[in-house]
Write a protein that binds this ligand. Structure first.
Ligand SMILES: [Cu+2]
Length: 195
């Protein structure tokens, strides 16, 4: 008599995800959320005519080490840091933090940035900045150039004669200044939606 070995089907194990940590408890697989590695999603929106454009949420609070993922829902957008390296815009992210510029993003595409330096990060959408399409991210302590008045780089020289900020930086346009959510509101609510 010939014994035929039984071939067991290969079990499919749950894959490791970037967002989740899998832990085995008494033979069962459970999913555990870890706040510090949660990816925060911000959608890039537009009405059908393109006359109304916005980031949603427009303000978020995260912890150092967390990643933000921008996703285009409608229209074409960029996510671009307020930084002199980005077309001489004024500095509104922490000193020492790397500026980012996604370039044009089309519907369905996304772009990620991981934030490690604490402070306030202001950013804009290149084609829609003058229409007020901007957003604000607070990473840990709400400090740095992004926490200062929009014209800080012009006033310091006048008041203290000690500024090293170039006065040629492009200021934040009025509609964008109007759109930014207050830092205090972001600290309180953690997520601030566009109104
Ligand atoms: Cu846009």
């Amino acid at each position: 008599m010939i014994l035929v070995g039984v071939i067991y089907p290969i079990l499919t194990l749950p894959g490791m995800s970037n967002d989740k940590t899998w832990t085995s408890v008494r033979g069962q697989t459970e999913e555990t959320d870890e706040i510090s590695t949660e990816v925060i999603e911000i959608h890039m929106k537009s009405d059908k005519l393109g006359s109304k454009v916005w980031f949603d949420p427009i303000g978020v609070y995260i912890k150092p080490g967390q990643t933000v993922r921008w996703i285009v829902d409608e229209n074409v957008h960029t996510t671009t840091a307020y930084h002199p390296e980005n077309n001489n815009h004024s500095l509104r992210i922490p000193r020492g933090a790397s500026p980012w510029d996604s370039g044009f993003l089309f519907p369905g595409s996304s772009y990620e940035v991981t934030f490690t330096v604490e402070g306030v990060y202001d950013y804009f959408c290149s084609p829609h900045e003058v229409a007020g399409m901007v957003g604000r991210i607070v990473v840990g302590n709400p400090t740095g150039p992004g926490s200062k008045p929009y014209d800080y780089f012009k006033n310091l020289y006048d008041y203290f004669k000690a500024s090293r900020e170039p006065e040629s930086w492009i200021p934040v346009p009025p509609a964008a200044q109007e759109a930014f959510p207050d830092i205090e509101l972001i600290m309180k609510d953690k997520v601030v939606h566009y109104k």
